[in-house]
Design a protein around this ligand. Structure first.
Ligand SMILES: CC(C)(COP(=O)(O)OP(=O)(O)OC[C@H]1O[C@@H](n2cnc3c(N)ncnc32)[C@H](O)[C@@H]1OP(=O)(O)O)[C@@H](O)C(=O)NCCC(=O)NCCS
Length: 175
């Protein structure tokens, strides 16, 4: 368990599958994340989910995002962990719309970023988000991420954003 100000990050569990399935089959959420919404049946999804939970990956760490009273509202992850380059990509979803625009996303990112820079030797966290996703960009900027380029992939236009350990630490000292 990692405690933030508004959220708690915890390991994923089988009981998350229903929420995750609902979010991954939601066309609007899929569009905001530049992916296709999932077409798998729930029984198949659940079986794959259970298998995945059995194995931890050396290049990925996933967390559920909960409110302090234990409501599962989203997920965050750092993945493509590259120890040689000292970097990893960050991903986040607040699947429950009732919790958008209330600072939960920013707190989850701040909490995860602090965890990464405290517990690992990674020097840089990067991410991509759609150019059209102004909410996500605003949220990442609030957390100190800065744009460093653009990517056109599979017909989608992304903004690339990053933060380095030094910048993260400077922000912690300032606050
Ligand atoms: C993107 C996401 C993680 C952000 O989390 P969140 O909890 O909603 O974000 P926060 O409340 O911390 O910050 C959102 C900011 O964007 C602002 N915002 C909302 N809509 C906006 C818009 N259309 N244009 C500009 N800013 C906007 C909010 O006012 C808030 O800024 P403020 O705190 O200065 O008022 C979450 O909304 C989400 O998962 N959305 C659906 C899926 C998605 O977008 N996935 C792509 C992620 S890369």
């Amino acid at each position: 368990m990692i405690n933030g100000n508004r959220v708690v990050l915890r390991d994923k569990r089988l009981a998350d599958a229903q929420d995750d399935y609902r979010w991954q089959t939601d066309p609007e959420l899929a569009q905001l994340d530049a992916v296709l919404s999932l077409a798998t049946s729930f029984p198949q999804y659940l079986s794959d989910y259970a298998n995945e939970l059995r194995y931890s990956s050396p290049i990925r760490r996933r967390f559920a995002i909960e409110t302090p009273d234990g409501k599962h509202i989203g997920n965050c992850v750092y993945y493509d962990i590259n120890e040689t380059k000292g970097e990893a990509e960050l991903g986040i979803i607040i699947g429950n719309r009732d919790y958008w625009d209330k600072g939960y996303g920013a707190d989850a990112i701040s909490t995860l970023g602090s965890y990464i820079f405290r517990e690992t030797n990674l020097q840089r966290i990067y991410l991509k988000t759609l150019e059209s996703n102004s909410r996500a960009q605003r949220c990442f900027k609030k957390c100190g991420f800065t744009p460093y380029g653009h990517l056109n992939k599979d017909g989608y236009n992304f903004v690339l954003m990053e933060i380095h350990r030094k910048q993260w630490q400077e922000r912690q000292t300032e606050s």
